[in-house]
Design a protein around this ligand. Structure first.
Ligand code: S3P
Length: 168
C-alpha cells in the first residue's frame, strides 16, 4: 500500500502520516526532511536563503523522480508539491493513492501561527491566503480522495483506513 498525503501547510500531513504508520507498520517518507538532507540545510529558511523557492522545488522534483519505484509506504509531502504536477505524477507512478487533507484557511492560519517563522511561505498572512486560493483547486484535482481534516490525527487515520478498505 502506498499513500501520498497532500495539503496546505498546517493541514496535519506529518501527524496523520505518523498515526497511519503506527497502525499499518508502513514507513513514512517526509519530503521536507529529504529536502534538508539533500541540500545540507538545517531548516527551510536556510533552503530559501541559499537558493530561493526554486531550490526547494527543483529538489522536490528530483526526490519524487527518485522515489518513482517506491511501492509501499506513506509519503508526507511539502505543501507546495502541487506546484509541479510532475511531482504528483512521479509519486503515483508505481501506484499510490493521493489523499488531500482539506482544512479551511482560517483554521490553518491559527494552527501555523505558533511556528510561522519556520515556514518561509507563511510569514505573510495575505500572501499565504493567496497561495491557498491558488493551490486549493490543484489539491482537489490531484487527489483521489479529499478529507475534511479539521479533526484529530487519530480520527483522520481511522477515516483514511476506512476509505482504503472500502476501495475496490
Ligand atoms: C511549503 C510547505 C512546507 C515546506 C516549505 C514550503 C509550501 O511544508 O515544504 O516551507 O510551499 O507550502 P509543510 O506543508 O509540511 O509545512
Amino acid at each position: 500500500m502506498k499513500l501520498i498525503l497532500i495539503g496546505f501547510m498546517g493541514s496535519g500531513k506529518t501527524a496523520v502520516a505518523r498515526e497511519l504508520a503506527a497502525r499499518t507498520g508502513l514507513r513514512v517518507l517526509e519530503t521536507d526532511t529529504v529536502v534538508l538532507e539533500r541540500t545540507g540545510c538545517s531548516d527551510m529558511n536556510e533552503v530559501f536563503a541559499r537558493g530561493g523557492e526554486i531550490l526547494l522545488r527543483e529538489t522536490e522534483i528530483a526526490i519524487c523522480r527518485d522515489i518513482r519505484a517506491m511501492q509501499c509506504g506513506i509519503i508526507s509531502t511539502g505543501g507546495g508539491m502541487v506546484m509541479n504536477k510532475i511531482c504528483i505524477d512521479y509519486m503515483k507512478e508505481a501506484g499510490g493513492t493521493v489523499i488531500f487533507l482539506d482544512v479551511p484557511f482560517p483554521v490553518l492560519a491559527e494552527r501555523v501561527a505558533k511556528d510561522a517563522a519556520a515556514r518561509p511561505l507563511f510569514k505573510d498572512i495575505k500572501q499565504a491566503r493567496q497561495l491557498y486560493k491558488l493551490r486549493h483547486p490543484l489539491y482537489r484535482a490531484y487527489a483521489d480522495f479529499r478529507i475534511s481534516a479539521e479533526k484529530l490525527p487519530t480520527e483522520l487515520a481511522d477515516e483514511i483506513i476506512h476509505i482504503l478498505e472500502a476501495k475496490p
